[in-house]
Write a protein that binds this ligand. Sequence first.
Ligand code: NZQ
Ligand code: ZN
Length: 379
Amino acid sequence: MITTFHVPTKIIFGVGSFAQLGEETIAIGQKVMLVTGRYAMRASGFLDRALADLSRQGLETIVFDKVEPNPRSHTVDEGAFWVRQQKIEVVIALGGGSVMDAAKGIVISANGGKPIWHYIQSPEKIDIGLPKLITVPTVAASGSESNCGAVLTNWETHDKCVASNYCAFPVVSIVDPELTITLPAKPTAQGGVDIFCHLVEPYITAAKPQPLTDGIVETCLRLVVKYLPLVLCNPDDIEARSQLSWASTLACSAFANLGGGDGAMTMHGIEHPLSGFYDIAHGDGLAALLTAWLSSLATERQDRIRKLGSGVFGGQEGIGAVKNWLAECGMDHRLRDLGVEKERLFSLGQNAIDTAPWLQFHPKKLDATAVSAIYEEAW
Ligand code: NZQ
Ligand code: ZN
């Protein structure tokens, strides 16, 4: 089996690495747009620190602070307009996965010249030009800092889909765990569950598991299982925050399938309609689905679920151990708690089949009925 391992991103990791933003930026270009969300980076002071560092390098920076959680394609198109209008050379994403994905969408659309949804429907090759991308994650969750994918919502159709393009690989990612210290408990827990799912979904669905891939994934899973509860108890625990940040950067990147283990994030494709239609946090949707998704594979992946229990949860039964861990992290809610309407489960299942082509790699055939059965079990 041939796998491609390609992460053309320089990852600068560690507490204090945020101070390198200015010098890393000037090495790439002069005209900068900093993309961020509407509140957190101003409230935490991190935006001011970034702008001060950039101006010390003599860089002129415009700020695009309109990104919403579950980023929308029209916001991305607006950002791409400013990039073209101001001839921006470097886009900096300072925020969580929503901000990093919006910035990636802006880079794809600005490089390609068309609205971002065009590149979701027809992922054509784009000549790599300007702007280039720097990501500075402030949430341990998406791992968007180490891949070229962006998850965006078309707010008219409520389709939440993945745009993936080589030009969206960050040139540099600065992963400073100190920037996650201000993250409240709820988004911290949502992020930890997201990291867990990036790892466990390919691990369970793998048709050809490999010892090296299993080793990497089980180590990261044990980190998340151990350190997320510690951070929830003590948000200032920088050691625990650092471990979650490392796991996050690794979990949704090509590093996680080194060794050739295959597998697909099929639960993600089932979660996206929930965030697309109800605008719920991605990690909340995953947490509600996780044990139902595992149970739906109890026959086809019995051995992998047993291995999850032995390799990650110290020999406990796999699904029960996951259930207990979610409860320990305050993430043991159900779809009904998130406002998902029972009468819409089938149409949500159809949307999952229509918008997530990788569901075809699920260990058993999925159609709208099968997906809505998983929703039903999680409801
Ligand atoms: O609204 P802003 O001001 O940005 O505040 C955010 C947001 O309200 C806030 N926040 C971020 N950093 C903070 C902070 N608050 C205090 N201190 C900080 N340091 O937290 C809230 C949640 O932020 P968000 O970016 O939405 O969370 P997350 O990082 O979990 O990202 C979720 C998005 O990532 C996508 C999801 O679909 C979702 O849209 N994903 C991207 C992936 C990728 N590109 O590889 C893969 C993932 O599976 C995921 O799908
Ligand atoms: Zn995710």
